[in-house]
Design a protein around this ligand. Structure first.
Ligand SMILES: [Zn+2]
Length: 577
């Protein structure tokens, strides 16, 4: 038995999910208000016999592992660790020494955090500084802020009493050896300490902000100093504040990304508890992956100066590549988010509400800065169009092109040509092989919102459910004939060849929806109708895009052809309705 099986064998889904949310009985199954989207009546179901869950509101579903991944905001490995602990399964059996070592490192980091926290209580001048910046006692306590004193070995000697070895302290990133290795000294000295936590709220690293004069013995001291990468800390996988923001990001369905620790603290203090900070390290794809797991939408709020804007552009680019929906907040010139939110909470709220897509943001910025039309055109071409090229949706892209053309006072055709130069391939492939997209593969968050995908899943579920019943209530032959007519033989074959795991999942889904056998026929009619409408809508979308392109190319014949097709499809759709 591998670890996953062992864990599944020892834990049942009712206990696991029940430890996070309140469950009610619903026949053979259990139900609850979904933890992954806001709702008042339960559409989240749990099957104890199958060991799976499914929400009919937002489409989330899976087993205990996917539940923990989603709920805790961790990846599969993280979920495995959490569940292994619950199940009492040891993952690193082959190397108990390593498990021990990790435990020691967590311990020493916890002790160090404690030590720094106590220091802060004694150093009133540091506390006063934090208070002056507007930080409250609660936030200091919650985020466990601390202070590293001036001496070279304060922490070192303290930990030494606790029987930690030099090697352990070094591995935890707390101390450094002098060049020749004869002396060990504290890495953080005279710094305000911001601990970075993992998903289980354990400190795994520190960021230290220099406190005091900026110069010392003629040497400029770095304003911020971070722990090095360790066994427990990898820069690209930890965002400051993420452990406290997970729930709120999911509930509010967006995250706010800031740069600095102070920004982050002020955001949380003001109730924007869905905020996280990249905190000194360069934002990575890994960071965005953490956010995307919880919500596809992110608002970037960086300093209102040139450097802040450059970082914001970089973050936006990364987010667009991840196909995230990203917007930028306009922070007043020369302010950072921390000042802004402290001095003008209403202004902050307004700026958040008015956060813009990068294309609009950049375009408006350039228009306000550059008077000369020719120069403006050039700047837009160089700076804004590459962002347009990164946008996935063709419709959205077309809207931006129109908007840019209008604001610059040039023909849309010109913009398309320039855009074409940036990303030609994208424009050549115009149609998506909708139905070929496989049914069974793991759905991306985008697909979950895709109606066609959901209907198709239900139809497949009904098919397999009835097929497995001793006395099916449906005439399966007729049913499958009709399905084949709508979706085509090729896709139907996919339904026939689904693997057992997915079959099980979809059968469970339809059992809940159709298991009472009430109005089954009517419900199925409705499904077929909706699927037909969806398929027509998708064709219509394609036609609109093709027609826009033909219009821009000045091809009247093509335009007419598309218009005719459009009319035809609209008629078909109305008939169905
Ligand atoms: Zn849900």
């Amino acid at each position: 038995m591998d670890n996953v099986e062992k864990i599944k064998d020892r834990l049942n889904i009712v206990d696991v999910v029940g430890s996070y949310i309140k469950l009610e009985k619903a026949g053979l199954n259990l139900k609850a208000c979904c933890p992954f989207h806001n709702e008042k009546t339960p559409s989240f179901f749990l099957s104890p016999t199958r060991g799976t869950f499914k929400c009919f509101g937002c489409g989330e579903g899976g087993d205990i592992f996917s539940f923990v991944e989603k709920y805790e905001g961790v990846d599969f490995k993280g979920a495995l660790q959490i569940l292994a602990e619950k199940a009492g399964v040891s993952l690193e059996k082959e190397n108990p020494k390593k498990v021990d070592e990790k435990k020691r490192l967590y311990d020493v980091l916890e002790k160090a955090t404690d030590y720094f926290e106590n220091n802060l209580k004694r150093h009133k001048e540091v506390l006063k500084y934090l208070k002056n910046r507007g930080i409250t006692d609660q936030i200091i306590k919650k985020f466990r802020l601390g202070f590293a004193e001036e001496g070279w070995q304060s922490l070192y000697l303290f930990l030494k009493q606790g029987k930690y070895s030099d090697a352990e302290m070094e591995k935890a990133g707390l101390v450094k050896k002098s060049e020749k290795g004869e002396r060990v000294y504290d890495r953080f000295r005279n710094r305000i300490i911001f601990p970075l936590f993992d998903n289980s709220n354990r400190p795994v690293a520190f960021s230290g902000r220099f406190f005091g004069k900026d110069e010392k013995d003629g040497m400029v001291t770095a304003k911020y100093l971070n722990s090095p990468e360790t066994i427990l800390f990898s820069k690209s996988n930890i965002l400051y504040g993420y452990n406290f923001a997970k729930m709120a990001i999911r509930k509010k369905n967006f995250s706010i990304l800031v740069e600095g620790q102070m920004d982050l603290l002020m955001c949380h203090q003001a109730g924007y508890d869905n905020s996280v900070a990249s905190s000194g390290t360069a934002l990575s794809q890994g960071h965005l992956g953490l956010l995307k797991r919880l919500s596809n939408r992110v608002v970037v709020a960086f300093d209102g100066d040139k450097a802040g804007f450059i970082s914001a552009c970089r973050a936006t680019k990364l987010a667009l590549v991840e196909a995230m929906e990203v917007r930028l907040m306009n922070i007043p010139d020369g302010q950072d988010p921390a000042d802004f939110i402290l001095k003008n909470k209403g202004g902050w709220q307004k700026a958040l509400k008015e956060a813009k897509h990068i294309v609009d943001f950049y375009l408006d910025k350039l228009i306000s800065e550059i008077g000369d039309r020719r120069k403006l055109g050039q700047a837009v071409q160089e700076k804004v169009l590459p962002f347009v090229a990164l946008i996935e949706s063709e419709i959205e892209k077309a809207n931006f092109v129109e908007n840019i053309a209008e604001k610059l006072g040039v023909a849309t055709k010109v913009i398309w040509i320039e855009l074409n130069k940036i990303n030609k391939e994208d424009f050549l492939s115009s149609t998506t092989p909708y139905l070929k997209q496989s049914l069974g593969e793991k759905l991306s968050s985008k697909d979950k919102k895709n109606k066609r995908q959901i209907i198709l899943r239900q139809i497949s579920g009904i098919y397999w459910w009835q097929k497995n019943l001793e006395n099916p209530v449906l005439n399966l032959e007729e049913f499958s004939k009709e399905v084949r007519e709508i979706i085509g033989e090729e896709v139907f074959e996919k339904i026939e060849n689904l693997n057992d795991k997915i079959k099980n999942e979809i059968i469970f889904e339809v059992e809940i929806l159709y298991g009472d056998f009430e109005d089954t026929d009517k419900k199925i009619r409705e499904l077929f109708k909706n699927l037909k409408i969806e398929l027509i809508d998708e064709k219509i979308k394609d036609i609109i895009i093709a027609q826009k392109k033909a219009e821009k190319a000045g091809d009247k014949e093509e335009v007419l052809k598309h218009l005719k097709n459009y009319d035809e499809l609209s008629k078909q759709k109305n008939k169905l309705k």
